[in-house]
Write a protein that binds this ligand. Structure first.
Ligand SMILES: *Cc1c(COP(=O)(O)O)cnc(C)c1O
Length: 407
């Protein structure tokens, strides 16, 4: 990766280990940024895709803002040095404490997703005597072809304010003395591979923007088109950023508003991989298995979404490929990285790289089976550094007591 040997990294930090190529992240960001140059815009990196401090700092240094979905991510982004004004807070279930923290820090905007949330936020703003910038996340009711667990822009799912409640939501924001309606937002889902749903969603969003402008709501200055741009894991053909902007910019430009984007996966997904070492080979029921030292706790996407990740040898041996199930040590049959995957005859001790693991990889890792989470390494050209140390078993037991009832 870059000019650094992955075998050296595996030797030095052990396996499993996440490794990110900083150059790829920078390239992806600059390309998307350039694609939208024709319209005033800002990219808010969706922190939940990969919220390691060093990765967040990278985005801050590139000039990005951050899209967050929890108080934890707010703390991370502030620690990484984002100015609060460049943070937008999305999410369907913000707690009172999270809303309080966002208001106290005066974040750029809070995107509300329900009438109930509006009422709570209005009360907090009033009590604190603050003017809070509010976005309404609209559910534009657009069908997307992605995994049902990550499709978020249709009616009948939990996200966004439904179209038929929009008038009421706008009325309530404008009636609340502490709230300023600055943004209309949408987010259709993740790993989107077609332009058409984006165009349909933006058209609906822009219709609403025009209505609000006609009503004379002068605080409205941002239209946020969300994230979701897909990447190539197998043979997908995701739209290029220039194709996306070619379709969307003509729709957005006439509003005269600043455009916000909230990509996560697109910026970091292809930049990362997960190093794992082969522990054992075995045969069962006429099938070959490769048992590796990384499990569903380290990378959950294959078992959770049936996601495909390329797996390659770090030092290719060559030889004929034979289909095997690549499985981890976790005590679940659902613990696999790949099923029936043609792989060359690798052996115990060989290091493999699971590709496309930069987004929704480490952040979804758990310590299930009391397995400490992997370290995260950043590669920048010829240099590499550890962004996060490997967790220890002591870390996992922190805060527990052996006999709390006797204490
Ligand atoms: C998850 C999320 C994103 C980013 O999605 P990607 O598919 O990673 O680009 C953007 N906005 C919101 C509100 C999200 O919840």
């Amino acid at each position: 990766m870059g000019e650094v040997s992955l075998a050296t990294i595996a030797e030095s930090v052990g396996t499993p280990a996440y490794v990110y190529n900083v150059d790829v992240i920078r390239d992806r960001y600059r390309r998307l940024d350039a694609a939208f140059a024709a319209v005033p815009h800002r990219i808010h990196y969706a922190a939940k895709a990969n919220s390691t401090l060093a990765v967040l700092r990278l985005f801050r240094d590139l000039g990005a803002g951050a899209d967050i979905v929890s108080g934890g991510e707010l703390a991370r982004c502030l620690t990484a040095g984002f100015s609060p004004e460049r943070i937008v807070f999305s999410g369907v279930g913000k707690t009172d404490e999270e809303l309080e923290a966002a208001v106290a820090n005066d974040v750029g905007a809070i995107h509300v997703e329900s009438l109930d949330e509006l009422a709570i936020l209005g009360a907090i703003a009033e009590r604190r005597g603050r003017a809070v910038r509010v976005g309404i996340r609209v559910n534009p009711d657009v069908l997307t072809e992605t995994h049902p667990f990550i499709s978020t822009g249709q009616q009948g799912i939990k996200f966004g304010v439904p179209m038929d409640q929009m008038d009421e939501a706008v009325r309530r924001v404008t009636e609340q003395p502490g709230l300023r309606l600055t943004t209309l937002a949408m987010h259709l889902g993740s790993q989107l591979l077609d332009l058409e749903p984006y165009a349909a969603g933006v058209r609906r969003l822009v219709e609403r923007v025009v209505e609000l402008q006609q009503q004379g709501i002068e605080t409205l200055n941002v239209v946020d088109i969300g994230g979701g741009l897909g990447i190539r894991y197998f043979d997908e053909q995701p739209p290029e950023p220039e194709e996306l902007s070619a379709v969307l910019v003509p729709l957005l430009l006439p509003t005269g508003l600043t455009v916000h984007l909230e990509p996560g996966r697109f910026l970091v997904g292809s930049a990362g991989l997960l190093l794992t070492r082969v522990l054992y080979r075995k045969h069962s029921g006429g099938k070959g298995f490769l048992v590796v030292d990384c499990g569903m706790n380290d990378l959950v996407r294959p078992s959770r979404y049936g996601a495909y990740h390329d797996i390659v040898e770090v030092r290719p041996r060559g030889g004929e490929e034979v289909p095997v199930d690549v499985v981890g040590p976790v005590c679940e049959t659902g613990d696999f990285l790949a099923l029936d995957r043609p792989l060359p005859p690798v052996e115990r001790g060989d290091v493999l790289a699971v590709l496309g693991a930069g987004a929704y990889g480490f952040v979804m890792a758990s310590s299930y089976n009391s397995r400490p989470r992997p370290p995260e390494v950043l590669v920048d050209g010829a240099r590499w550094t550890i962004g996060r140390q490997r967790e220890t078993v002591e870390d996992l037991m922190r805060g527990e007591s052996v006999a709390p009832i006797d204490d």
